[in-house]
Ligand binder design. Sequence first.
Ligand code: FAD
Length: 503
Amino acid sequence: MTGALPSTVGGPFRVVVAGAGVAGLACVHRLLALARERGLPLRLTVLEAASRPGGVIITDRVDGCVIEGGPDCFVSDKPWGLDLCRRAGLADEIVGTATSHRRSFVYMRGRLLPIPEGYQLLAPSRMLPFTMTPILSLRGKLRAACDLVLPRGPRVPDESLASFVRRRFGQETLERLAQPLLAGIYNADPERLSLRATMPRFLELEQKHRSVILGLLRDRRRSPAAASTGVSGARYPLFVTLRSGLQTLTDRLAASLPPGSLRLGTTMARLEPLADATGREAIAGPAGPVRGASRWRVSTYQGETFEADAAILALPACAAAPLVRPFDERLAHLLTAVPYGSAATVSLVYRRTDVAHPLDGFGFVVPRCENRRLVACSFSSVKFPGRAPGDRVLLRAFLDGKTSEGADPARLERIVRDELRDILGIASAPLLVRSYVFARAMAQYEVGHLERVQAVEERLARHAGLALAGNGLRGVGLPDCVRSGELAADSVLATARVVSLAR
Ligand SMILES: Cc1cc2nc3c(=O)[nH]c(=O)nc-3n(C[C@H](O)[C@H](O)[C@H](O)COP(=O)(O)OP(=O)(O)OC[C@H]3O[C@@H](n4cnc5c(N)ncnc54)[C@H](O)[C@@H]3O)c2cc1C
């Protein structure tokens, strides 16, 4: 959005933001920066149901360890996360993954087997390591190589990730490599996840090159820098984090809010459109006429009421749905159709001497067909510098919704310790354990998701001064959530111009 905004007549432009996770905080950071730049008086109220800002971003610093409860890193090829860290004055805090042991393992029948170098989530980008891996049978490898000669798939509106991998590379590659690697990211069933909404790059490779493997090989040839940095299953050079943990970012953003604007322990209970200031049915928006309210009344469960010119719901889609239902049943229905899964992480600190495994990788994933309760485990103190003192190791286990829902921390610890005893041979008690449960926190973009997103955006265009942000629509990763918050800020400030003209 460009151009100077006129100051609103009759008082500041009032914005209420619900949710102080990274999306809400990125949103208010941008609102404040743009308002300052354009001389727009702004009155900001940020409602956060929890007693702390940050949402699922939680860092605990205990006994010299940096323990991440939720996300532990983010990709740098989507620039919004990194840019926000830099703008928040945290450039010196940004660190990449360790340069040694850049590989991960797959657990199979009692052993940890290295993921073949160059294997990228759904497909191999290097053939030699793929042909040598013991993870797949000869038959499985031959089936995967069929991708080189198979024609393009039929053009369909959308397809599941599982269907795509099965079609191009076969069931074995799906079960032993793609499914566990995807579970480590989405914690969801690839039979249901949308290819177009989660991994569109692979569909583009097929459409452009016919063979996904040939497409990846050509990409590698075009980008030798990526090849020389050992791009592999997780493309490790792309991942970054903050030295003192990701909560440093959300703490910094929260601390930069105007005094009194962040209300912790305050839950938005009701959102109510009021007739626009002039009483007209529709007002001119930047993209044509905008119908509906341009003023909002917000009530909280704590008994407060605010009036605002704009309301931004930086919430999981399932939490935003009940708030919009009273004035837009269809929008609520679309938001409810985005399922949310639960997850838990359990971080354990051990003496290095208590772990027999060499920990010569960043961690491992567990295929569902192994019937274990662990989804994945990161060797956090190997993956990132400064996560634990030199004589300790920090491991972080990832559990799915079925195991984590309703489980108390003691039970989660017991499950993880049993699993780590079997898989890594750790018999000793950990020096420290921290468990974190995230109920309905991970959005699952199912087949048809992008059509739903488009329908949501069409409904939103009817409501001047209402915007959504967060992980429910256009990306679950931290950079995408930051971007969603920034775009929401842009969109409501676009209505500031309209509101000021209408007043
Ligand atoms: C265990 C786990 C690991 C992850 N790992 C990674 C990773 O390594 N890299 C990565 O990029 N991404 C990762 N993600 C995804 C990413 O962290 C999230 O998608 C992102 O942080 C979500 O941010 P958000 O602001 O949209 O939502 P949230 O963090 O969920 O914040 C929403 C906030 O809204 C508040 N709220 C809810 N309802 C109301 C209401 N009615 N009124 C007021 N406040 C309300 C909540 O209390 C919460 O604080 C992970 C997610 C989880 C759960």
